[in-house]
Structures are given as structure tokens and as C-alpha cells.
Design a protein around this ligand. Structure first.
Ligand code: GLA
Length: 381
């Protein structure tokens, strides 16, 4: 028998990984970019970046979803010829470097379970996970709010969509069992406990929204037209009657008035929703349902970002006994959130899916989501 020798020490640096969750917004839609209130939560779909440090100045990332690899140099102006997901990575890297953060070479893999374009913030899950990985790889800590702002700016830089802070903030500050109440003007936030026994069911309509389309930016401009005319930048401080009066007095056009009405009433709905969730005797579920219904109708009629498929899913959810339902995310496609009693979930999913297929002529994909903690490092093994 020969001598036993210890196995050779591996010289390859060990890999590390971070995950950033998707978000589901309970209420507070299209309020973030005018400094309003939002109530999202981080859910158990997410984007994971696994990497090994490689030294040098090259960042190499492979996307499993697109089976595509990009290579960026941290010591040169990033390529602007990239398409698709690579643009988000370039934007995050560029913003971090602009903030004076040190670069570090890495070789990594991006894997995601977040459906793309479904209104669950696949792009924020990507920008937050990449930002966190780049920071960890270069051994620096970024304040979470700083990373949220960078992820928000990255979206604008990458694809020109002037999004708000909600999605990255939710991905970074979410907490299991809670929703995140965020005031987008002050960036103050606190956790609001979710009512136990209620399931969060997301129905992806299968209709894809492309936020790069100008609709999102148009809505924002229309709202800003109304705000400029009535001389305020904080619609969350107005009540509905006062806003109507001011808009009428300022001669604000009908379209801009509707946009303003949605935002003012939606901020109020967020306050009421939080009040109901925090009721000492437990949440009044009928009240939650009423607020979700009003929220959806306001997005459909006043902000005009819904589409017939989303309206149908909302109607079907109520018809089949959901506590409440509304479209979530930017709109023009994407998903609907339904709240249901946990033991009613399977029945609701089956009935809504069946009727939607029959009436819309396409399949909805249901996701029964659980709330999770915000972005963090995980075991890469
Ligand atoms: C998208 C944007 C968010 C927010 C929502 C609408 O998800 O990324 O910032 O504006 O639309 O509430």
C-alpha cells in the first residue's frame, strides 16, 4: 500500500452567490415616480448571480435564460452595442464606477425564476442581484438605499424608462411575512405585517408588456402636466376633492385630470389598506377587497394602463371568490394579483385558469407566492 497523501488544496477561489427577489405590489400603482406611497412585498421568485473572482478587469456573465455570455471591461467605456439583458448589467456597472466604487473581475452565471415582462419586476431583480454581486466581489458594502437608487437609475440608463424606486426598494428591503410601506418622496419605509391565512396568487395573463414602449413615459408626462398646472409636486399630500377643484380651476385637460385623480386616490388607498392590515382586531377582508377593486378600476379608467385580459382576470378572480384582485406593475400586459383564503387557493387557481383559457383564448400562468426577505448572499454550493 502506498503512502496516503492529503488531497491537493484547490487553488480555484470558491464561488459565491446572491439572490434578489421579485416583487408583488399589494397597492400603490403608478404612485412611486411622483413621490407617492407604495406597499409592495418581496416574493419567492428571484434572480441569482453566482460568481468566482478572477482578478483582472473583466466581468464575464452568462445568462441561463438567454444562453448568452457578455464580457465587460471595468477599465474601459462599456460597450453600448449590447441588446436585451446585457444593457442592464452595463448600466449597473457604469453607475457603480461613476459612484467611485472599485471594480473587480468575476466570472458568473445569472439564473432567474422571475417571469420576464409579467409585472413582477424581473428587471429590478436583475439590476439588484448584479449590483449586489459586483459590490460583494469587490468587497465593499453599499447602503441598501444607495443600491436601490442605482438600480432605479440603471433602468433608465439601460432602456430609457423613467421608473420609480418601488421595485428595487422592494427587492432590497422586503421581509418575510411583511409588506413594505415606502414613501417614495422621503424614502422612509417601514414593514407592515401581512394577515396570516391569506394566499397571494399572481395570474400572468400571458400578454407581454414592453415597458420600453412609450406608454409608461407618456403616463408620467401626462401626470406631470397636471401637477405643474396646479403647482404641486407632491400629489400624495392632496385629497381627492381638493385635487379636482385645483385641476378644474387651473383648466387642466381631461386626460391629465384623470391621471391626477388616479394618483391622488391611489395614495389614499395605500393609507387605508395599511390601516386595515394594522387593525388591532385583524384585517377586515371585505375592506381589502373593496380597496383592490377600486384600485383596479382607477388604473383601468383613470390611468388607463389596463388591458381587457387583465380586466377579465380581475373579474374572474372576484367571481370565483377571491378576497380581492387587481392588476399589478406598469400595465399594458403582465399580471393580476388575487388575494384568497389559503384553503380556497387551489379552487380559485383552477376556476380562474379554466375560464380565462375559455374566454381569452390563451393560458394564464398562476404563481402562488410567499413573501421572503430582501436580496442577500446565499450559500453557493
Ligand atoms: C413599473 C415600474 C415601477 C412602478 C410600476 C407601476 O413596475 O418599474 O417603478 O412605477 O411600474 O406602479
Amino acid at each position: 500500500m502506498g503512502e496516503t497523501t492529503a488531497p491537493p488544496m484547490s487553488s480555484a477561489p470558491s464561488s459565491r452567490a446572491v439572490v434578489a427577489p421579485a416583487r408583488v405590489n399589494l397597492i400603490g400603482e403608478h404612485t412611486d415616480y411622483s413621490g407617492g406611497l407604495v406597499l409592495p412585498l418581496a416574493v419567492d421568485l428571484g434572480t441569482t448571480v453566482t460568481w468566482r473572482p478572477v482578478g483582472g478587469a473583466t466581468i464575464r456573465l452568462h445568462s441561463a435564460a438567454f444562453d448568452e455570455t457578455i464580457e465587460l471591461r471595468t477599465d474601459a467605456e462599456a460597450s453600448t452595442s449590447l441588446e436585451g439583458w446585457g444593457r442592464y448589467v452595463v448600466a449597473v456597472l457604469r453607475l457603480l464606477l461613476d459612484h467611485g466604487m472599485p471594480p473587480a473581475g468575476l466570472d458568473g452565471e445569472i439564473v432567474s425564476t422571475v417571469p420576464i415582462g409579467a409585472g413582477m419586476s424581473s428587471s429590478a431583480a436583475l439590476t439588484v442581484s448584479v449590483g449586489l454581486a459586483l459590490a460583494r466581489a469587490a468587497s465593499y458594502e453599499l447602503e441598501r438605499i444607495e443600491l436601490a437608487r442605482i438600480a432605479q437609475a440603471a433602468e433608465r440608463l439601460a432602456v430609457g424608462v423613467p421608473v420609480g424606486l418601488m421595485d428595487p426598494a422592494s427587492s432590497l428591503f422586503g421581509r418575510k411575512g411583511h409588506a413594505l410601506l415606502l414613501d417614495c418622496a422621503t424614502e422612509e419605509h417601514r414593514l407592515v405585517p401581512l394577515t396570516p391565512g391569506i394566499a397571494l396568487v399572481v395570474f400572468d395573463s400571458g400578454v407581454r408588456h414592453e415597458l420600453e414602449r412609450s406608454d409608461y413615459g407618456d403616463r408620467r408626462l401626462e401626470l406631470e402636466r397636471a401637477l405643474a398646472a396646479i403647482g404641486t409636486s407632491r400629489p400624495s399630500e392632496l385629497d381627492a376633492a381638493a385635487a379636482e377643484e385645483k385641476a378644474a380651476a387651473a383648466g387642466v385637460d381631461e386626460v391629465a385630470r384623470r391621471r391626477l385623480r388616479h394618483v391622488v386616490t391611489e395614495n389614499q388607498r395605500v393609507r387605508e389598506f395599511v390601516g386595515v392590515l394594522e387593525e388591532p382586531g385583524g384585517a377586515d377582508l371585505q375592506m381589502l377587497g373593496r380597496l383592490l377593486r377600486e384600485g383596479h378600476e382607477s388604473l383601468r379608467d383613470d390611468f388607463q394602463v389596463s388591458i381587457p385580459e387583465l380586466d377579465l382576470l380581475v373579474d374572474l378572480a372576484y367571481e370565483h371568490g377571491a378576497i380581492g384582485a387587481r392588476m399589478i406593475g406598469g400595465g399594458f400586459g403582465g399580471s393580476v394579483l388575487a388575494l384568497a383564503q389559503v384553503d380556497e387557493t387551489s379552487r380559485l387557481v383552477a376556476a380562474v385558469s379554466r375560464d380565462y383559457a375559455e374566454r381569452a383564448g390563451r393560458e394564464a400562468t398562476p404563481y402562488v407566492c410567499a413573501s421572503v426577505d430582501g436580496a442577500h448572499e446565499i450559500d453557493s454550493a
